[in-house]
Structures are given as structure tokens and as C-alpha cells.
Design a binder for this molecule. Structure first.
Ligand code: DMJ
Length: 640
């Protein structure tokens, strides 16, 4: 007898044994039976472990299925929604938060939240046109087609490479979809523009003196600073700010108006061949708009030369270099005057190109500033926080630095747009009343009317020379139908601005004066602190003299301007070429040249002097043109 087979040893794992030598068909049945037998042979603990492991594996499988399915769903929906996922077109001023009932406390930013950094270009001007801007894209497309059939001539640059039709050689991937619809305005100069061609024969002696001063300034720039931003006339060198030939561009329309054809042509060639905006450089939005965009648009209008318009278009749409914008380095605040004094230029650019986004962007700023809290009878604080979009430094009001051209552009936009935009007019009128109520005082002993400053309810008898734009602006408003007392105030303030020059030993105004409020005969009306004795060749006094003479015909304004031109020639002229700002207007023996000729000396000061000495009211008529804050004339859209 064979002994009975031994019982299989009990093991704690499942083993499946297949016996060889059986047919394939019977294998499954055998396996099932064998599996079941084995299962029955397991202990309860073993079975539970196996069941637990199976359940665990099934759960893992289910979870990973759900997550993969979600991924796929998300991918599907992203591709469907596309650009909606991120703000394609951030606003220049983020919407004020409603919760911030008290702007003063809010504006300081919440300590818990790190400040947000917006990657911005100029207001609403993106490197690429926003997706929603389909209309602009259609216009661009139409223009590109026009270009493709060779409608527009191109110009060669000095290096021999082709300059694009727009004049900058902008590469498509860097540039925007440029606003290239044909200009709605005539590409040819208007009859008024042609009239600005002044022949030397028609110039009077004073105008000739301005032309001589310009030639001298230009000679220095040409010799020592050609193509650079500013002349340093004493050291016979130059300084760069934006690296965009600032003085040259600022001076273009002045040359045309003064009849300096040869100089104009030479500068035009530089613009055509050398002016490039593809630079990795930070430019100040306000300064580059009023000087470069304003200068190019105005050069286009006075000369009718479409090259300047072409140059202006990419400038305004392609941010310089990286396209990254930031507030000033020293603060997260923007200056109110800066964000509210780019409107004339961008509105005009929209009118010329037919592309509305320029105008819409800057008018959005106007609308927001209009409804901001923190004004005092139409007077605005000096700063806006770039993160909150709210006024900061509340309670401080001035018509000088940082606020000045806000008021100027309210009136001038109203005029530019054909006097239809009543909101602008209302804001301007309210502000003039605010000036009268809070800032207007009279000095002692001479009773000069002046515009001081207000800081938290305290009046300061301080007035910047910059405020001397105001008499001209008030007179312009009165000319356009605003109350007659604006003209009276303009005349009174004009006297004061003249005295700010006249009472200095050099006959040139310091940067800032303080008026005497105490009736002591021994004290002068106009006082100057040591730190404020400089003169930067600024235009504001002669700017207002131009308006006052043009609008009243009173020749004393011309005489006052003549005195100032003579003082510039005596104390600021550098023999080797150019004019220099000076450090001390009270020391005629040593006015201390500062070795800098600002571009606005050619762009504004000499231009206004030339126009002041003209007796032709149609030379850039104030019914047909409105001057931007850098003295660049732009057309009134619908002259009345
Ligand atoms: C110019 O750039 C402009 O006139 C601006 O509005 C104020 N500062 C200078 C001239 O002083």
C-alpha cells in the first residue's frame, strides 16, 4: 500500500499550480476549481488581507481616473475660452475699490497685501493689440494690404537698411498691430499750415532777433549734441534722457514757424533716417508725449510732411524697449499733471489714424480723475497712487509743479473738441472758482495778485514760475467765450509774472518766489530763497505774454517779452553756441551757468517769443490751433 499523500503545507500566500500535460481547453476550469479550492484553504485573516488589498487597489484606480478626467476637462475649456483667462488689457488706473470709503487711509495701501505690480505700457497701449479690438485689427489689415501693393513710399536709413513705412523698422513681433488706417485728416497741409512758412522778408526786427537766438542755440546743439537729447553748452557736450534726439524733435515746428528751412530739412533727414524707438530705455510717459509725440504731430501739421505722422504712430503704440511700465522709482504715486496732460496728443492721434483706442485710453483717465474724491472746489491734489488709482497727499493744492497742466488741459481739450465736452468745461470753471476762493492773494506793498498754495488749510505765499502759464490759459478761455473776469484775472497775473522777472537783477525769473504778505514798506513784494534762484530757460512768462498780446493787442506785453529776450541774451547765452540755464538770477556778475539747455527753450520759449512779436493774428490762429503744454500747435477739430 502506498501511504496516503501528505496534506499540503499551510502557507500564508496564494500559490496557483498548473499541472502540465493537460489540454488548453480544460485549463480555465481547472484554474477556477483550483483557485476556489485554494481560497477555501486560506485562513480568515488571509482572506481579509486579500480583500483589503483588492479594495485598496480599486480605490486608487478610481481616484486617478477622476483626476485625469478633470485635467482633460480643464484643457478643453481653456482652449475654448482662451484670452478670457487673463486680463488682456489692464487699465492704466485700476478701478477704485468701493470699500475704500476713506481715500486717505486706503491710499496708503494695506500692509497685509504686497503692492501689486502691473505690467503696463502706456495707458491701454499694449505691445499687441488686445484681442477684443477687432475693429482696429481690421483697420490694420486693410492698411497692410494697401502697403503690400506699394501705395506708400519708403525711405532709406543711413545704414542702408530699409525703414518701414511707419519709419521705425519695427519688427512685427515687437510692434503692435499698428493703427494704420489712412488718416482722416488731410495728408496735405491745411491752408493755415502753409501760412506758417515765414519768409525772412516778412519778419520784423524783434522776430529777427528771435531767429538769431534760435540759430545760435541750434548751432551749439548741431556742433556738440547733434542727435542727442540736450546740449551742455558750457562743456560743449550733451546729455541723454531718453536717447531720442529730444531737442531736435522739440524744435522741429519752431524751425518751420521761424522759416528756418535749411535747418528744418537737416533735422527732418535725421528724423527720417536716425529716429528709432526700439530702445531699451525708460521714458517718462508725460514728457515723451508732450515733447516727442506732440512735437511730431505738430511738425506734421505745420509742414504737411507725412513723415512726421508716420513717425508719431509707432511711437505712441509701441512702448519703448521692453514695454514694462512702472511708477517713478521713488514712489508708487504718479503726478496728477502728468496723467492728465497727455490727452490732447493722444486724442489727436486717434483723429488722424481713425484708431479710437488712443483717445479712449486717455479719456478714461480724465473720467476717473473727474470722479475722484479729494478735490477742493475743483482743485486737485498733486498725486495719484498707481495701485489704488486714488489721490494721495490729500489737502495740498497748487497751480505749480505736478498739478499745473491738469487745469490747462481741461480748457484746451474742450477747445480742441469744438467746445462740446461740457464736463471738461465744468471742471475747468469750477477750478477757476477754486483758485479764486483758496489760492488768490495780493502781495504787499505792491498789491501784486498771485496764486499761492494751500497745505491742510494753511496758505503759503509761494508761487512757482510754472504757474505763469495761467494768465495765458485764462485769457484763452475768455477768448473762447468764458467769463470776462477770467481776462481781468489774466491781466493781473500777467503783471505779477512780469514782476517776477523784472524785480530780479538779471531780469529773469527764479524758479520759485515767495510773496510778501506784510505791509512793510521796507520789504519787497517778491522774495527769493537761496535754493530757488535758478532759471531753467522756462517759457511760462513769455507763453502768457504771447496770449495776452494776441488777445488784447496791448503792446506792453511785446515790450516785456523783448526785455526778457534781451536778458536771456545777456545772461544765458554761451558764446560757443547754445544757451544755458543759470543758478542765480540775482547775481548779474556771476549768474552761474548750469551747463544745460533744456529742449523746451527751442520748443517753447523761443517759439512763443517769435509769435509774441508777430502782428499777424492768423499766424497759428488761436481759433484754429490749440497749443499743447510744450507749445506744439495741434488743430482745433471743429473751428467755430
Ligand atoms: C515744459 O516741458 C512744459 O511746459 C510743461 O508743461 C512744464 N514744464 C516745461 C517748461 O517749463
Amino acid at each position: 500500500m502506498y501511504p496516503p499523500p501528505p496534506l499540503p503545507p499551510r502557507r500564508d500566500f496564494i500559490s496557483v499550480t498548473l499541472s502540465p500535460g493537460r489540454s488548453y481547453d480544460g485549463v480555465q476550469g481547472l484554474r477556477r476549481r483550483s483557485f476556489w479550492r485554494k481560497w477555501k484553504q486560506l485562513s480568515r485573516l488571509q482572506r481579509n488581507v486579500v480583500l483589503f488589498l483588492l479594495a485598496f487597489l480599486m480605490l486608487c484606480g478610481l481616484l486617478s481616473y477622476i483626476s485625469v478626467a478633470d485635467e482633460w476637462k480643464a484643457v478643453g475649456s481653456r482652449s475654448a475660452e482662451g484670452p478670457k483667462m487673463r486680463p488682456a488689457n489692464p487699465l492704466v488706473l485700476p478701478a477704485p475699490r468701493r470699500a475704500a470709503e476713506n481715500p486717505e487711509t486706503f491710499a496708503g495701501a494695506s500692509p497685509q497685501k504686497p503692492p501689486r505690480h502691473f505690467r503696463r505700457g502706456p495707458p491701454n497701449l499694449q505691445i499687441r493689440a488686445p484681442d477684443g479690438d477687432a475693429k482696429d485689427r481690421r483697420q490694420d489689415e486693410a492698411q497692410r494690404r494697401a502697403e503690400a501693393v506699394g501705395e506708400t513710399p519708403q525711405e532709406d536709413d543711413a545704414q542702408g537698411s530699409r525703414v518701414s513705412r511707419r519709419g521705425t523698422g519695427t519688427e512685427p513681433e515687437q510692434g503692435t498691430q499698428l493703427p494704420l488706417r489712412k488718416a482722416e485728416a488731410p495728408a496735405r497741409p491745411s491752408p493755415q499750415a502753409l501760412r506758417t512758412r515765414n519768409s525772412p522778408a516778412s519778419q520784423n526786427e524783434r522776430q529777427k532777433a528771435v531767429v538769431a537766438a534760435f540759430r545760435h542755440a541750434w548751432a551749439g546743439y548741431r556742433k556738440f549734441a547733434w542727435g542727442h537729447d540736450e546740449l551742455k553748452p558750457v562743456s560743449k557736450s550733451f546729455s541723454e534722457w531718453f536717447g531720442l534726439g529730444l531737442t531736435l524733435i522739440d524744435a522741429l515746428d519752431t524751425m518751420w514757424i521761424l522759416g528756418l528751412k535749411k535747418e528744418f530739412e537737416e533735422a527732418r533727414k535725421w528724423v527720417s533716417q536716425r529716429l528709432l524707438f526700439q530702445k531699451n530705455v525708460d521714458v517718462n510717459l508725460f514728457e515723451s508725449t508732450i515733447r516727442i509725440l506732440g512735437g511730431l504731430l505738430s511738425a506734421y501739421h505745420v509742414s504737411g510732411d507725412v513723415l512726421f505722422l508716420k513717425k508719431a504712430i509707432p511711437y505712441s503704440d509701441v512702448n519703448i524697449g521692453t514695454g514694462v511700465a512702472h511708477p517713478p522709482r521713488w514712489t508708487s504715486d504718479s503726478t496728477v499733471a502728468e496723467v492728465t496732460s497727455i490727452q490732447l496728443e493722444f486724442r489727436e492721434l486717434s483723429r488722424l489714424t481713425g484708431v479710437k483706442k488712443f483717445q479712449e485710453a486717455v479719456e478714461e483717465v480724465t473720467r476717473r480723475v473727474h470722479s475722484l474724491r479729494g478735490k477742493k472746489d475743483g482743485l486737485v491734489p498733486m498725486f495719484i497712487n498707481t495701485n489704488s488709482g486714488l489721490f494721495t497727499h490729500l489737502g495740498v493744492f497748487t497751480l505749480g509743479a505736478r498739478a499745473d497742466s491738469y487745469y490747462e488741459y481741461l480748457l484746451k481739450q474742450w477747445i480742441q473738441g469744438g467746445k462740446k465736452e461740457t464736463q471738461l468745461l465744468e471742471d475747468y470753471l469750477e477750478a477757476v472758482e477754486g483758485i479764486k476762493k483758496h489760492l488768490l492773494h495780493r502781495s504787499e506793498p505792491g498789491k501784486l495778485t498771485f496764486v499761492g498754495e494751500l497745505a491742510h488749510g494753511r496758505f503759503s505765499a509761494k508761487m512757482d514760475h510754472l504757474v505763469c502759464f495761467l494768465p495765458g490759459t485764462l485769457a484763452l478761455g475768455a477768448h473762447h467765450g468764458l467769463p470776462a473776469d477770467h481776462m481781468e484775472l489774466a491781466r493781473a497775473l500777467m503783471d505779477t509774472c512780469y514782476q517776477m522777472n523784472r524785480q530780479m537783477e538779471t531780469g529773469l525769473s527764479p524758479e520759485i518766489v515767495h510773496f510778501n504778505l506784510h505791509p512793510q514798506k521796507s520789504r519787497k513784494d517778491v522774495q527769493v530763497k537761496a535754493a530757488d534762484r535758478h532759471n531753467l530757460l522756462r517759457p511760462e512768462t513769455v507763453e502768457s505774454l504771447f496770449y495776452l498780446y494776441r488777445l488784447t493787442g496791448d503792446r506792453k506785453y511785446q515790450d516785456w517779452g523783448w526785455e526778457i529776450l534781451r536778458s536771456f541774451n545777456t545772461y544765458t547765452r554761451v558764446p560757443s553756441g547754445g544757451y544755458s540755464s543759470i543758478s542765480n538770477v540775482q547775481d548779474p556778475r556771476n549768474p552761474q551757468p548750469r551747463d544745460k539747455m533744456e529742449s523746451f527753450f527751442l520748443g517753447e520759449t523761443l517759439k512763443y517769443l517769435y509769435l509774441l512779436f508777430s502782428d499777424d493774428p492768423d499766424l497759428l490762429s488761436l481759433d484754429t490751433y490749440v497749443f499743447n503744454t510744450e507749445a506744439h500747435p495741434l488743430p482745433v477739430w471743429a473751428p467755430s
